[in-house]
Design a protein around this ligand. Structure first.
Ligand SMILES: NC(=O)C1=CN([C@@H]2O[C@H](COP(=O)(O)OP(=O)(O)OC[C@H]3O[C@@H](n4cnc5c(N)ncnc54)[C@H](O)[C@@H]3O)[C@@H](O)[C@H]2O)C=CC1
Ligand SMILES: O=C(O)C(=O)COP(=O)(O)O
Length: 322
């Protein structure tokens, strides 16, 4: 590709680390569509001011977990920006109204990670029930721990969210003999799960659950939904798994509940702030299992999603300029 032919080569900023890592495999399709991708060095996301400084020089943006605010879109569209795709499912970081006000129609890639994230959720359920991570830690330290576990069969799990990930998680729970109580005001129950799950209005009968599994989308209305009041309504010794978004749980309330034993243990894949700050109070709890917002990261899922994101980007760039 002639990089000097800027009239015909669309410049695209990729601020999504998983896609950055996969980009080499997409060089041919990008070149065929006369797209040149730039991948700035980053850990999890860029700041609003960094994006404002950069975006005006790009025709397209593949958004990761960055603050995709109206100010950022405005800075971009005051320059050349005319296409924007959110790599992945969660769109809690995207101001769609703000984008629309700037003439941008942002698209995401829904339905990409159901099985992958549900595998991690189920792995966490088993790890919390059987103390897998404490045993691993102890053996690494030269000990031979024998904590008594909880048999999954016959237990109950409250599943918050019955979207792609929630459905895949429920299927795994059923195989293990766990009874799902499902909370989702919008999703239809898929045919194969009808008669197998109880649909309830949040948080009815939450006190029956041995596990609380958080798999719903995050929005302005459900930030901090798992708060001190809700935790008090849970069964004493409940185990909590969060694979969707950190701010759904009030971490300070969770720390109090872990300290008092109201929550027996927690497996957190996502956090209020990512990466998890070194001084996070959560770090004092040995019975808190941490992930690194990595549940979607398999080679297959990243390829599937990158393929979709590139296809959407190419389509958007083909549209006549605003
Ligand atoms: N840990 C990770 O790497 C990943 C995390 N995610 C997160 O998981 C979320 C869910 O993903 P999918 O299931 O694929 O999305 P989805 O769009 O298929 O389903 C989300 C569901 O959440 C429900 N929901 C929203 N607010 C709710 C509430 N207050 N109570 C109960 N249900 C509620 C919606 O009705 C919808 O059915 C994403 O929005 C994203 O934030 C997604 C992919 C990977
Ligand atoms: O798709 C999502 O919402 C995810 O959380 C996974 O993607 P991410 O690693 O957050 O860019």
């Amino acid at each position: 590709m002639d990089r000097t032919d800027s009239q015909h080569v669309a410049q695209v900023l990729v601020t999504c680390p998983p896609m950055q890592r996969a980009i080499a495999r997409y060089q041919a399709i990008l070149e065929k569509n006369r797209i040149e991708a730039t991948c700035p060095e980053m850990v999890q996301e860029l700041s609003e001011s960094e994006l404002i400084a950069m975006l005006k020089d790009y025709d397209g943006w593949i958004i990761g977990d960055d603050p995709a605010t109206e100010r950022v879109f405005r800075a971009g569209t005051n320059g050349r920006l005319r296409a924007a795709v959110k790599w992945g499912v969660g769109v809690d970081n995207v101001d769609f109204d703000g984008a629309k006000a700037c003439g941008l129609h942002v698209q995401n890639t829904p339905g990409m990670f159901g099985d992958e994230v549900a595998d991690v959720a189920m792995g966490y359920v088993i790890a919390l029930a059987r103390h897998t991570f404490e045993i691993n830690h102890g053996v690494h330290q030269g000990q031979w721990p024998k904590p008594t576990g909880l048999s999954l069969r016959g237990t109950t799990a409250a599943v918050l969210g019955l979207g792609d990930i929630g459905q895949a998680t429920v299927r795994r729970l059923l195989v293990s003999g766990v009874k799902p109580l499902v909370y989702d005001p919008n999703a239809q129950t898929p045919v194969d799960l009808q008669n197998q799950v109880e649909r309830l209005e949040w948080p009815r009968r939450i006190g029956e659950a041995d596990f609380l599994i958080v798999c719903c989308a995050m929005n302005a209305a459900n930030r901090g939904l798992i708060n001190a009041d809700l935790l008090r309504q849970c069964k004493r010794g409940v185990r909590i798994v969060n694979v969707s978004r950190g701010p759904l749980i009030d971490e300070s309330a969770l720390c109090d509940a872990l300290a008092s034993g109201q929550v027996q243990s927690a497996a957190l894949e996502v956090f209020e702030r990512e990466p998890l700050p070194s001084d996070s109070p959560l770090r004092q709890f040995q019975h808190c299992l941490f992930g690194s917002h990595n549940a979607s990261n398999t080679a297959e899922a990243v390829d599937r999603t990158t393929h979709k994101a590139v296809a959407l980007l190419v389509e958007q760039l083909k549209q006549p300029s605003r």
